[in-house]
Structure formats: structure tokens, C-alpha cells
Ligand binder design. Structure first.
Ligand SMILES: C[S@@+](CC[C@H](N)C(=O)[O-])C[C@H]1O[C@@H](n2cnc3c(N)ncnc32)[C@H](O)[C@@H]1O
Length: 329
């Protein structure tokens, strides 16, 4: 039998996990990691932030405990993980998604009530401030950069010339695909308030000439036509099965014959035994929008077959990047 201290330790670390998150959120909000690219004393950091030296020292020591920061000779400096992932402007920056997760953290305080009633406290997103929307959309870019490159390596996208990115957000996938395939053009379909953020990202990548934008509601609007590639990335987990079924039908109608649909999501195994990330993400949807869930490969396959697609194939790149690929006959 496992040692009792190990077992109690495991429970204790689950129970206190939120403390680690809150320390990370506070440090990210205060932009501490930019300051700690070079070694500084707590006094020095307190001076820049206009914080009391005592609380600053406590936060910095907490970051040392979390191994985000190292301390030597009374000075604090970013550990590798913080330097690579938490300093704005770095290629692997994750600060926007950390801020988005921090914005959604209060929703978890009512998890017990939501579980018992089935009713979410509120639908997060409808009353989002411009800052919160920006953190959400740029957070999608933080996590999408790596997944988009993984997809590019796993798939041959050379046959495609006209791509639709449904609920494209910051357009990270379309941008990555077009950078690798000079003949490809893309349209980003999203809510009107999101498209200016997408446009910013596209322009920063120097691809303005090859992109168009379509504002709309992906749960009801026609998606356009003449596309030979449609990507539905991280959309279906926000909606119930009926809306997703309907979306697959509208994707089918928007594709030319021979065109390909890629559904990317945190898809579960058919028996919902994993991956852990997908099982936990279903609860994230429950507290924040109520309607969403994570779905199995089998469920997505059923929706695309009903829409008229030929039987598809699955590609498992990572728990965050599981693809269902179906072709229109
Ligand atoms: C989780 S993000 C995914 C963004 C992007 N596809 C990616 O994988 O990085 C969901 C995106 O879908 C958009 N979206 C969600 N529901 C929508 C709706 N009903 N109509 C239009 N866009 C929607 C959101 O605005 C957001 O940009």
C-alpha cells in the first residue's frame, strides 16, 4: 500500500492548487516577470511596483516556491520557464491565456451549485469587457501557436487554396497555414467585435492581402461558399450536440466537392476515460457557459457522417490537439 504521507500529500496538493494559481495570476497581472529578466532585490521590485516591501517579498518568495523564480545573493530572477513563457513579446508567451484563466477563476466558486442545479451562474462572455475579450482572444493565440505548427507538420495542406477559419479568433491557425503555403487564401469568420483583433494579428504577420473577414453568428448564419478547406478549431466544446450537428451541416454546404473539414478540439476517447485535459475541460465549460461539453471522436464522426461527409479519420497530436478530418464527396 502507498505510504499514508504520500496519500495525504496528494490530497493536500489538490486542495491547495488554487493558491498556486492565484500567485501566478497576481504576478502576471503585475508584470513581475518582465522586471525579473535581470536579478533584482525585493526592495527594488517594490519600488518599481509602488508596493509595500513586505508583500513584495512574500510574493517573490512564493514564486521561488513555485519554481518560477530563482533567488541568489538576495536577488530574484526568472527561472527558465518564466523567462520563456511569461515575458511579453517572447515567442512562447502565455501571459494572455493566464490572464483569461484568471478572469474565469471566480466562476469556479459556485461549481457545487452548478453541479447540483445544472444551471451555470451566468454565461461568461456575453458581458465581457474589451480587456477581458482581448485576453481571451490573444490567449487563443498563445495556445494556438504551438498547436498550429504541430498541425502543419502532421498534415499535407498543399492541395488547398481557399480556407475558412470558423470562429477563427486571432486567426493563428490560418496565419500559420498561409505562411507555409503561399498560394492559400483565408477567410476568418467570427463575431464582429473579435475581427479587429484578428485583423491586427494578420497585419502583423504581413498577410493582409490574402485574408478576408466575415462577421456573423456561427450557430445560425450561412458560412459562405467555395471553400476547399474548413477549420473548426476549439468551437464545438462551447455548444451542445444539436448546434454542433447543425454547424457540421453548414460546413458541408460551404465546401466544394472534394473539400476537407478539420474539426479540432479537446476530444475525448470514446469511453470518456481520458485524456485528463479533456475531462477537466468539460467542467470548465459547465461553469462558464453551461451549454458546452467535450465530445468523443465517435460523436463528432456521427455528426459529420449525418452531414454527408465520407467517413473521416482521427489524428491525435496531443490532448489539446485532437483532430477529426472528413471529406465532402
Ligand atoms: C475558443 S476560441 C477558438 C479560436 C480559434 N478557432 C482557435 O482555435 O484558436 C472560440 C472562437 O469562436 C468564436 N465564436 C464562438 N461562438 C461564436 C458564434 N456564435 N459566432 C461567431 N463566433 C463565435 C469566439 O469569438 C472565438 O473567437
Amino acid at each position: 500500500m502507498t505510504d499514508i504521507r504520500t496519500l495525504t500529500g496528494a490530497i493536500n496538493s489538490l486542495a491547495t492548487g488554487f493558491i498556486n494559481s492565484q500567485i501566478l495570476f497576481a504576478a502576471n497581472d503585475a508584470n513581475i516577470f518582465t522586471l525579473l529578466e535581470s536579478p533584482r532585490t525585493a526592495q527594488d521590485v517594490a519600488g518599481v511596483l509602488c508596493w509595500p516591501p513586505r508583500t513584495t517579498r512574500m510574493l517573490l518568495d512564493g514564486l521561488v516556491a513555485l519554481e518560477l523564480v530563482e533567488k541568489a545573493d538576495g536577488r530574484y530572477c526568472n527561472a527558465e520557464v518564466a523567462s520563456v513563457c511569461l515575458v511579453p513579446g517572447k515567442p512562447a508567451y502565455q501571459g494572455n491565456i493566464v490572464r483569461h484563466i484568471s478572469n474565469t477563476a471566480p466562476l469556479w466558486s459556485v461549481l457545487g451549485e452548478v453541479l447540483a442545479s445544472g444551471v451555470p451562474a451566468k454565461s461568461f462572455g456575453e458581458d465581457r469587457s474589451p480587456d477581458a475579450l482581448r485576453s481571451f482572444i490573444l490567449g487563443m493565440a498563445d495556445i494556438g501557436k504551438m498547436s498550429a505548427r504541430e498541425m502543419l507538420e502532421a498534415l499535407d495542406l498543399s492541395p488547398y487554396s481557399r480556407m475558412l477559419d470558423v470562429g477563427g479568433g486571432p486567426g493563428t491557425y490560418a496565419i500559420t497555414f498561409l505562411q507555409a503555403h503561399p498560394a492559400m487564401r483565408a477567410t476568418i469568420f467570427d463575431r464582429p467585435e473579435v475581427l479587429p483583433i484578428a485583423r491586427e494579428q494578420v497585419e502583423a504577420a504581413g498577410l493582409a492581402e490574402r485574408f478576408t473577414y466575415q462577421p456573423g453568428d456561427l450557430t445560425v448564419d450561412a458560412l459562405g461558399d467555395g471553400y476547399d478547406l474548413i477549420l473548426v478549431s476549439n468551437i464545438i466544446h462551447s455548444y451542445g450536440p444539436e448546434k454542433n450537428r447543425d454547424l457540421m451541416g453548414r460546413c458541408f454546404r460551404s465546401l466544394v466537392s472534394g473539400g476537407t473539414l478539420i474539426v479540432k478540439d479537446f476530444l475525448t476517447d470514446d469511453d470518456r476515460s481520458g485524456p485528463a485535459f479533456s475531462l477537466l475541460f468539460a467542467l470548465r465549460m459547465l461553469v462558464s457557459n453551461g451549454e458546452g461539453d467535450t465530445y468523443s471522436f465517435g460523436e463528432v464522426a456521427e455528426w459529420t457522417q449525418e452531414a454527408g461527409f465520407t467517413s473521416g479519420r482521427l489524428i491525435d497530436l496531443s490532448p489539446q490537439s485532437r483532430l477529426w478530418i472528413a471529406v465532402k464527396p
